[in-house]
Design a protein around this ligand. Structure first.
Ligand SMILES: [Zn+2]
Length: 305
């Protein structure tokens, strides 16, 4: 429609009255600026989400330096108008963001991109990989095993010497169009095989039948087509989710050194490290976790297949 009018206008001639120029009085303020701090988000779910409520919750959780505003776009996207780069960086670094257990996937806004051109297929998650013999838990192992799951973005060392005991904690960019990966097979030099289990922090609602994020078990299309034995129908479960606030090898959530593997403008190592230190120790983190990852409806998902 807009294009049709542009073509039409190009052919018309206008009166002197119409040709009067409107000149901006705010000569110093370029209205087109500001978009470089914006992000574009998308709700990765088939569920109906109360967007207004989501905006309110995120605004209260994010503690941004300056105001943040949300604008729903007609093609399913949500424009997130941050006012400065630090705010955007902080919030993107703390991805994934969940509302009502639905994933709100955000990427930096690009001036000339259409909605289809943004990559909403990947989201960074902190994953914990367990059942690796302690003597193999080192940086090489983290990179190898992490790469078997997705793109390794960061490694969280318990201390500078890599003092892992129960699991390795790695930030991985995960393809959310694929079923959640549950294990990594690892064979040591002696040919001995281990099945390493994967658990995800801040995991949104996902399907216990097909392992995909974005729909519930009840709404799974695979379920309808499946003639399998009902005993084996649940190949996935809430065991893939890291429970909230479990005191374990970390003795709380304080982290000593996050090593950034992939550096880009959204992935500032110093900021990230400091941020994780801060949120590991204050109540804001607790609030955010409880708000975002409620485990309560998992049982109902299981009980009504
Ligand atoms: Zn499914």
């Amino acid at each position: 429609m807009e294009e049709d009018i542009s073509i039409l206008l190009a052919k018309l001639s206008f009166s002197e009255e119409e040709k009067k120029r409107v000149v901006s009085k705010k000569a110093n303020k370029d209205n087109s600026k500001g978009y470089e701090h914006w992000a574009i988000g998308k709700l990765m779910t088939q569920e109906k989400v109360n967007k207004e409520a989501m905006y309110r919750v995120f605004k209260s959780l994010w503690y941004t330096k300056e105001e943040v505003n949300f604008v729903a776009l007609k093609d399913g996207g949500i424009l997130v108008k941050f006012c400065n780069e630090d705010d955007r960086k902080k919030i993107l670094n703390l991805s994934p963001w969940l509302f009502d257990q639905c994933l709100f996937n955000m990427v930096p806004y690009s001036k000339d991109k259409t909605m289809e051109e943004y990559d909403f297929n990947h989201t960074p998650f902190w994953v914990r990989i367990a059942n690796i013999p302690m003597e193999y838990m080192d940086r090489d192992m983290a990179m190898e095993v992490g790469s078997a799951i997705g793109e390794v973005l960061a490694i969280d060392w318990r201390d500078r010497d890599g003092g892992w005991t129960e699991y390795m904690r790695i930030r991985i960019n995960i393809d959310i169009n694929k079923p959640l990966q549950r294990v990594v097979y690892f064979t040591n030099h002696g040919g001995e095989e281990f099945v390493c289990s994967i658990r995800y922090e801040k995991l949104p609602r996902f399907c216990y039948i097909c392992g995909l994020i974005g729909h519930t078990t009840q709404k799974c299309k695979a379920q309808k087509n499946s003639n399998e034995n009902q005993d084996n129908i649940f190949q996935y479960g809430k065991w893939l989710r890291v429970p909230i606030r479990v005191i374990d090898q970390n003795n709380g959530l304080l982290r000593n050194g996050i090593e950034m593997i992939k550096k880009d403008k959204e992935n500032d190592s110093e900021l990230h490290r400091n941020l994780w230190k801060v949120i590991g120790t204050n109540t804001q983190y607790d609030h955010e976790e409880t708000e975002q990852v409620k485990d309560t409806d998992d049982e109902s998902e299981l009980s009504t297949p």
